[in-house]
Design a protein around this ligand. Structure first.
Ligand SMILES: NC(=O)c1ccc[n+]([C@@H]2O[C@H](COP(=O)([O-])OP(=O)(O)OC[C@H]3O[C@@H](n4cnc5c(N)ncnc54)[C@H](OP(=O)(O)O)[C@@H]3O)[C@@H](O)[C@H]2O)c1
Length: 327
Protein backbone atom coordinates (compact mmCIF):
# COMPACT_ATOMS: atom_id res chain seq x y z
CA UNK A 1 0.00 0.00 0.00
CA UNK A 2 1.34 3.45 -0.87
CA UNK A 3 1.68 6.30 1.59
CA UNK A 4 -0.85 9.08 1.26
CA UNK A 5 0.54 12.33 -0.11
CA UNK A 6 -0.43 15.93 0.68
CA UNK A 7 0.42 19.23 -0.94
CA UNK A 8 3.21 21.05 0.90
CA UNK A 9 1.31 24.31 0.86
CA UNK A 10 2.28 26.88 -1.71
CA UNK A 11 5.44 25.00 -2.69
CA UNK A 12 3.03 22.96 -4.81
CA UNK A 13 5.07 19.81 -4.11
CA UNK A 14 3.21 16.64 -3.22
CA UNK A 15 4.90 14.95 -0.26
CA UNK A 16 4.22 11.77 1.70
CA UNK A 17 2.46 12.25 5.05
CA UNK A 18 5.35 10.36 6.66
CA UNK A 19 8.67 12.10 6.10
CA UNK A 20 12.05 11.19 7.55
CA UNK A 21 13.76 13.31 10.20
CA UNK A 22 17.50 12.66 9.91
CA UNK A 23 18.58 14.07 13.29
CA UNK A 24 19.06 10.55 14.68
CA UNK A 25 21.92 10.04 12.21
CA UNK A 26 24.01 12.78 13.83
CA UNK A 27 26.40 10.37 15.55
CA UNK A 28 27.76 10.32 19.07
CA UNK A 29 27.90 11.96 21.56
CA UNK A 30 24.58 13.74 20.89
CA UNK A 31 22.95 10.90 18.98
CA UNK A 32 23.08 7.11 19.08
CA UNK A 33 26.13 5.26 17.75
CA UNK A 34 25.46 4.18 14.19
CA UNK A 35 27.83 2.73 11.60
CA UNK A 36 27.95 4.55 8.26
CA UNK A 37 26.76 1.45 6.36
CA UNK A 38 23.75 1.13 8.67
CA UNK A 39 22.87 4.79 8.18
CA UNK A 40 23.14 4.23 4.43
CA UNK A 41 20.88 1.20 4.68
CA UNK A 42 18.25 3.16 6.64
CA UNK A 43 18.39 6.12 4.26
CA UNK A 44 17.90 3.88 1.24
CA UNK A 45 15.09 2.04 3.04
CA UNK A 46 13.41 5.40 3.64
CA UNK A 47 13.16 5.97 -0.11
CA UNK A 48 12.45 2.31 -0.92
CA UNK A 49 9.57 2.45 1.61
CA UNK A 50 8.02 5.28 -0.39
CA UNK A 51 8.96 8.30 1.77
CA UNK A 52 9.85 11.28 -0.40
CA UNK A 53 10.78 14.01 2.10
CA UNK A 54 13.90 14.21 4.27
CA UNK A 55 14.65 16.85 6.90
CA UNK A 56 18.15 17.53 8.17
CA UNK A 57 20.27 20.39 9.52
CA UNK A 58 23.81 21.67 9.72
CA UNK A 59 23.31 21.11 13.45
CA UNK A 60 22.77 17.36 13.11
CA UNK A 61 26.40 16.26 13.18
CA UNK A 62 27.09 13.81 10.36
CA UNK A 63 23.51 13.70 9.07
CA UNK A 64 23.97 15.93 5.99
CA UNK A 65 27.21 14.20 5.06
CA UNK A 66 25.59 10.74 5.25
CA UNK A 67 22.60 11.81 3.16
CA UNK A 68 25.01 13.18 0.55
CA UNK A 69 27.10 10.03 0.57
CA UNK A 70 24.27 7.50 0.40
CA UNK A 71 21.42 9.30 -1.35
CA UNK A 72 22.88 11.89 -3.71
CA UNK A 73 22.59 9.32 -6.52
CA UNK A 74 18.83 9.27 -5.91
CA UNK A 75 18.44 13.04 -5.54
CA UNK A 76 15.36 13.30 -7.76
CA UNK A 77 13.44 10.91 -5.48
CA UNK A 78 13.15 13.18 -2.44
CA UNK A 79 12.27 16.69 -1.31
CA UNK A 80 15.30 17.82 0.69
CA UNK A 81 14.95 20.22 3.61
CA UNK A 82 17.79 21.60 5.70
CA UNK A 83 18.21 24.58 8.03
CA UNK A 84 20.15 27.80 8.37
CA UNK A 85 21.54 30.11 11.02
CA UNK A 86 23.42 27.23 12.61
CA UNK A 87 27.08 27.48 13.59
CA UNK A 88 28.94 25.81 10.76
CA UNK A 89 31.37 23.69 12.74
CA UNK A 90 28.91 21.36 14.37
CA UNK A 91 30.42 17.97 13.81
CA UNK A 92 30.35 15.45 16.68
CA UNK A 93 32.93 16.11 19.33
CA UNK A 94 33.04 19.85 18.76
CA UNK A 95 33.58 21.87 21.91
CA UNK A 96 30.82 24.08 23.29
CA UNK A 97 28.91 25.22 20.20
CA UNK A 98 28.69 28.82 19.08
CA UNK A 99 25.28 30.51 19.17
CA UNK A 100 23.09 30.63 16.08
CA UNK A 101 23.82 33.54 13.76
CA UNK A 102 21.18 34.72 11.28
CA UNK A 103 23.26 37.40 9.54
CA UNK A 104 23.91 37.17 5.79
CA UNK A 105 27.47 35.85 5.89
CA UNK A 106 26.64 32.90 8.17
CA UNK A 107 23.35 32.06 6.43
CA UNK A 108 25.00 32.12 3.00
CA UNK A 109 28.06 30.14 4.08
CA UNK A 110 25.80 27.62 5.84
CA UNK A 111 23.65 27.02 2.77
CA UNK A 112 26.77 26.61 0.64
CA UNK A 113 28.22 24.15 3.14
CA UNK A 114 24.93 22.18 3.14
CA UNK A 115 25.04 21.96 -0.66
CA UNK A 116 28.57 20.54 -0.50
CA UNK A 117 27.84 18.08 2.32
CA UNK A 118 24.58 16.94 0.72
CA UNK A 119 26.31 16.67 -2.70
CA UNK A 120 23.56 18.53 -4.50
CA UNK A 121 23.17 21.77 -6.44
CA UNK A 122 19.85 22.74 -4.82
CA UNK A 123 18.08 22.51 -1.49
CA UNK A 124 14.32 22.25 -1.85
CA UNK A 125 13.74 23.99 1.47
CA UNK A 126 15.91 25.96 3.88
CA UNK A 127 14.31 26.59 7.25
CA UNK A 128 15.51 29.17 9.74
CA UNK A 129 16.52 27.08 12.74
CA UNK A 130 15.60 27.65 16.38
CA UNK A 131 12.68 30.05 16.03
CA UNK A 132 14.41 33.45 16.37
CA UNK A 133 12.23 36.52 17.01
CA UNK A 134 10.85 38.66 14.21
CA UNK A 135 12.98 41.57 15.49
CA UNK A 136 16.13 39.44 15.22
CA UNK A 137 15.23 38.26 11.71
CA UNK A 138 14.57 41.82 10.58
CA UNK A 139 17.74 43.20 12.16
CA UNK A 140 19.78 40.47 10.46
CA UNK A 141 18.05 40.64 7.06
CA UNK A 142 17.71 36.85 7.14
CA UNK A 143 14.72 36.53 4.83
CA UNK A 144 16.34 38.84 2.26
CA UNK A 145 19.48 36.69 2.29
CA UNK A 146 17.41 33.55 1.73
CA UNK A 147 15.53 35.27 -1.11
CA UNK A 148 18.87 36.13 -2.75
CA UNK A 149 19.97 32.49 -2.43
CA UNK A 150 16.63 31.40 -3.90
CA UNK A 151 17.12 33.80 -6.84
CA UNK A 152 20.57 32.27 -7.39
CA UNK A 153 18.96 28.81 -7.63
CA UNK A 154 20.62 27.41 -4.50
CA UNK A 155 17.32 26.83 -2.73
CA UNK A 156 13.71 26.67 -3.86
CA UNK A 157 11.63 27.54 -0.79
CA UNK A 158 12.04 29.39 2.51
CA UNK A 159 10.85 27.99 5.82
CA UNK A 160 10.90 28.51 9.54
CA UNK A 161 11.34 26.00 12.32
CA UNK A 162 9.07 27.88 14.68
CA UNK A 163 7.68 27.47 18.18
CA UNK A 164 5.98 29.58 20.79
CA UNK A 165 6.42 32.34 21.73
CA UNK A 166 7.67 33.58 18.32
CA UNK A 167 5.61 31.43 15.94
CA UNK A 168 2.56 33.78 15.79
CA UNK A 169 4.92 36.56 14.61
CA UNK A 170 6.44 34.23 11.99
CA UNK A 171 2.94 33.54 10.66
CA UNK A 172 2.15 37.27 10.62
CA UNK A 173 5.26 37.91 8.49
CA UNK A 174 3.63 35.85 5.73
CA UNK A 175 6.98 35.09 4.04
CA UNK A 176 7.52 31.46 4.94
CA UNK A 177 6.50 28.80 2.44
CA UNK A 178 6.76 26.05 5.07
CA UNK A 179 6.59 26.05 8.87
CA UNK A 180 8.16 23.25 10.90
CA UNK A 181 6.24 22.87 14.18
CA UNK A 182 6.23 20.35 17.09
CA UNK A 183 3.02 18.40 17.72
CA UNK A 184 1.79 15.13 19.19
CA UNK A 185 -0.93 13.97 21.51
CA UNK A 186 1.20 14.76 24.57
CA UNK A 187 2.31 18.12 23.11
CA UNK A 188 -0.68 19.90 21.57
CA UNK A 189 0.36 23.49 22.34
CA UNK A 190 0.78 24.44 18.68
CA UNK A 191 -2.31 22.66 17.35
CA UNK A 192 -4.21 25.79 16.29
CA UNK A 193 -1.05 27.46 14.96
CA UNK A 194 -0.61 24.49 12.59
CA UNK A 195 -4.17 25.12 11.41
CA UNK A 196 -3.40 28.82 10.94
CA UNK A 197 -0.25 28.08 8.95
CA UNK A 198 -2.17 25.73 6.67
CA UNK A 199 -4.98 28.25 6.24
CA UNK A 200 -2.42 30.82 5.12
CA UNK A 201 -1.33 28.41 2.41
CA UNK A 202 1.97 27.38 4.01
CA UNK A 203 3.17 23.77 4.11
CA UNK A 204 3.55 22.23 7.56
CA UNK A 205 6.26 19.80 8.63
CA UNK A 206 5.40 18.29 12.00
CA UNK A 207 8.29 17.32 14.24
CA UNK A 208 8.09 15.37 17.47
CA UNK A 209 5.13 13.56 15.91
CA UNK A 210 6.25 10.22 17.37
CA UNK A 211 6.57 11.89 20.81
CA UNK A 212 10.21 10.77 20.51
CA UNK A 213 9.08 7.20 20.96
CA UNK A 214 8.51 7.93 24.67
CA UNK A 215 5.39 5.76 25.12
CA UNK A 216 6.80 2.89 23.02
CA UNK A 217 7.22 -0.42 24.80
CA UNK A 218 11.02 -0.38 24.25
CA UNK A 219 11.53 3.19 25.52
CA UNK A 220 8.84 3.29 28.22
CA UNK A 221 9.23 6.98 29.12
CA UNK A 222 12.99 7.01 29.52
CA UNK A 223 12.88 10.41 27.81
CA UNK A 224 10.14 12.68 26.55
CA UNK A 225 9.52 14.81 23.49
CA UNK A 226 11.75 17.87 23.10
CA UNK A 227 10.07 20.75 24.94
CA UNK A 228 8.02 18.66 27.38
CA UNK A 229 9.27 17.30 30.65
CA UNK A 230 9.09 13.51 30.44
CA UNK A 231 7.06 13.19 33.64
CA UNK A 232 4.59 15.81 32.40
CA UNK A 233 4.19 13.90 29.11
CA UNK A 234 3.77 10.63 30.93
CA UNK A 235 1.21 12.21 33.28
CA UNK A 236 -0.80 13.38 30.27
CA UNK A 237 -0.74 9.87 28.81
CA UNK A 238 -1.86 8.29 32.06
CA UNK A 239 -4.53 10.89 32.89
CA UNK A 240 -5.97 10.53 29.39
CA UNK A 241 -6.32 6.79 29.94
CA UNK A 242 -4.54 6.34 26.61
CA UNK A 243 -4.29 2.58 27.05
CA UNK A 244 -8.10 2.40 26.77
CA UNK A 245 -7.93 4.06 23.35
CA UNK A 246 -5.57 1.48 21.86
CA UNK A 247 -8.15 -1.16 20.92
CA UNK A 248 -5.50 -3.49 19.54
CA UNK A 249 -3.14 -0.78 18.26
CA UNK A 250 0.42 -0.46 19.53
CA UNK A 251 1.15 2.71 21.51
CA UNK A 252 3.22 4.07 18.62
CA UNK A 253 0.36 3.49 16.23
CA UNK A 254 -1.92 5.64 18.38
CA UNK A 255 0.75 8.33 18.69
CA UNK A 256 1.76 8.54 15.03
CA UNK A 257 -1.77 8.23 13.62
CA UNK A 258 -2.96 10.94 16.03
CA UNK A 259 -0.30 13.27 14.59
CA UNK A 260 -1.24 12.31 11.03
CA UNK A 261 -4.87 13.17 11.85
CA UNK A 262 -4.21 16.90 12.15
CA UNK A 263 -6.04 18.31 9.13
CA UNK A 264 -3.38 21.01 8.67
CA UNK A 265 -0.47 18.57 8.45
CA UNK A 266 1.50 18.17 5.24
CA UNK A 267 4.09 15.66 6.54
CA UNK A 268 5.29 14.29 9.89
CA UNK A 269 9.09 14.03 9.81
CA UNK A 270 9.51 11.12 12.22
CA UNK A 271 13.10 10.31 13.12
CA UNK A 272 14.66 6.92 13.75
CA UNK A 273 18.05 5.26 13.72
CA UNK A 274 16.39 1.84 13.73
CA UNK A 275 15.59 -0.13 10.62
CA UNK A 276 12.91 -2.02 12.54
CA UNK A 277 11.22 1.18 13.76
CA UNK A 278 11.29 2.61 10.25
CA UNK A 279 9.50 -0.50 9.00
CA UNK A 280 6.93 -0.19 11.81
CA UNK A 281 6.38 3.50 11.15
CA UNK A 282 5.84 2.92 7.44
CA UNK A 283 3.21 0.27 8.19
CA UNK A 284 1.52 2.63 10.67
CA UNK A 285 1.55 5.60 8.29
CA UNK A 286 0.07 3.47 5.52
CA UNK A 287 -3.04 3.14 7.70
CA UNK A 288 -3.29 6.96 7.64
CA UNK A 289 -5.08 9.20 10.14
CA UNK A 290 -7.16 7.75 13.00
CA UNK A 291 -10.89 7.24 12.48
CA UNK A 292 -12.53 10.65 13.07
CA UNK A 293 -14.37 9.55 16.23
CA UNK A 294 -11.19 8.21 17.84
CA UNK A 295 -9.26 11.41 16.97
CA UNK A 296 -12.02 13.47 18.61
CA UNK A 297 -12.07 11.21 21.67
CA UNK A 298 -8.29 11.49 22.05
CA UNK A 299 -8.53 15.29 21.74
CA UNK A 300 -11.15 15.31 24.50
CA UNK A 301 -8.83 13.35 26.77
CA UNK A 302 -5.40 14.95 26.20
CA UNK A 303 -4.81 18.60 27.25
CA UNK A 304 -5.26 20.89 24.26
CA UNK A 305 -3.64 24.13 23.11
CA UNK A 306 -5.74 26.17 25.55
CA UNK A 307 -3.23 25.09 28.23
CA UNK A 308 -0.20 26.37 26.38
CA UNK A 309 0.36 29.51 28.45
CA UNK A 310 1.37 27.13 31.22
CA UNK A 311 4.08 25.72 28.93
CA UNK A 312 5.85 28.85 27.71
CA UNK A 313 8.70 28.21 30.09
CA UNK A 314 9.08 24.70 28.60
CA UNK A 315 9.49 26.18 25.12
CA UNK A 316 12.14 28.56 26.40
CA UNK A 317 13.88 25.60 28.03
CA UNK A 318 13.71 23.77 24.71
CA UNK A 319 15.59 26.60 23.03
CA UNK A 320 18.21 26.57 25.74
CA UNK A 321 18.50 22.79 25.40
CA UNK A 322 18.79 22.91 21.63
CA UNK A 323 21.23 25.79 21.48
CA UNK A 324 23.40 23.77 23.86
CA UNK A 325 22.58 21.00 21.40
CA UNK A 326 22.31 18.29 23.96
CA UNK A 327 19.56 16.68 21.83
N1 LIG B 1 14.24 22.82 16.04
C1 LIG B 1 14.11 22.00 15.03
O1 LIG B 1 14.08 22.41 13.89
C2 LIG B 1 14.03 20.52 15.29
C3 LIG B 1 14.12 20.00 16.58
C4 LIG B 1 13.98 18.62 16.75
C5 LIG B 1 13.76 17.80 15.68
N2 LIG B 1 13.69 18.31 14.41
C6 LIG B 1 13.45 17.44 13.22
O2 LIG B 1 12.33 16.63 13.47
C7 LIG B 1 12.70 15.23 13.38
C8 LIG B 1 11.94 14.44 14.40
O3 LIG B 1 12.03 15.06 15.67
P1 LIG B 1 12.20 14.35 17.06
O4 LIG B 1 13.33 13.43 17.06
O5 LIG B 1 12.18 15.43 18.07
O6 LIG B 1 10.81 13.60 17.24
P2 LIG B 1 10.16 12.18 16.83
O7 LIG B 1 10.25 11.94 15.39
O8 LIG B 1 8.86 12.21 17.52
O9 LIG B 1 11.05 11.13 17.64
C9 LIG B 1 12.12 10.47 17.13
C10 LIG B 1 12.52 9.46 18.19
O10 LIG B 1 11.45 8.52 18.30
C11 LIG B 1 11.96 7.21 18.30
N3 LIG B 1 11.07 6.37 17.50
C12 LIG B 1 10.63 6.59 16.24
N4 LIG B 1 9.83 5.59 15.83
C13 LIG B 1 9.78 4.71 16.87
C14 LIG B 1 9.12 3.46 17.05
N5 LIG B 1 8.38 2.93 16.10
N6 LIG B 1 9.28 2.83 18.24
C15 LIG B 1 10.04 3.37 19.21
N7 LIG B 1 10.70 4.53 19.10
C16 LIG B 1 10.56 5.21 17.92
C17 LIG B 1 13.33 7.29 17.66
O11 LIG B 1 14.20 6.38 18.32
P3 LIG B 1 14.83 5.13 17.53
O12 LIG B 1 16.01 5.66 16.80
O13 LIG B 1 15.14 4.17 18.63
O14 LIG B 1 13.76 4.63 16.60
C18 LIG B 1 13.77 8.72 17.86
O15 LIG B 1 14.63 8.83 18.97
C19 LIG B 1 14.21 15.24 13.61
O16 LIG B 1 14.83 14.11 13.05
C20 LIG B 1 14.61 16.50 12.92
O17 LIG B 1 14.68 16.29 11.51
C21 LIG B 1 13.81 19.67 14.21
Amino acid sequence: MALETRRLGRTGSEVTILGYGAMELRGQPRGPAIRDEDAGRILNAVLDGGIDLIDTSIDYGRSEELIGRYLSGRRDEYFLASKCGCPRSSLPGDPVPAPHDYRPSNVRAGVEQSLRRLRTDRLDLVQVHMSPSRAQLEADGTVGTLEDLRDEGKLRFIGMSGTLPNLPDHLAMGVFDVLQIPYSLVQRDHEDLITQAAEQGAGTLIRGGAARGAPAEDKDWQRGPIGVDVEVARGRWEQAGAEELLDGMSRMELVIRFTLSHPGLSSAIVGTASFEHLTQNLAIAEKGPLPADLYELAKERFPGPEHREEHLEEHRAEHREESGRTT
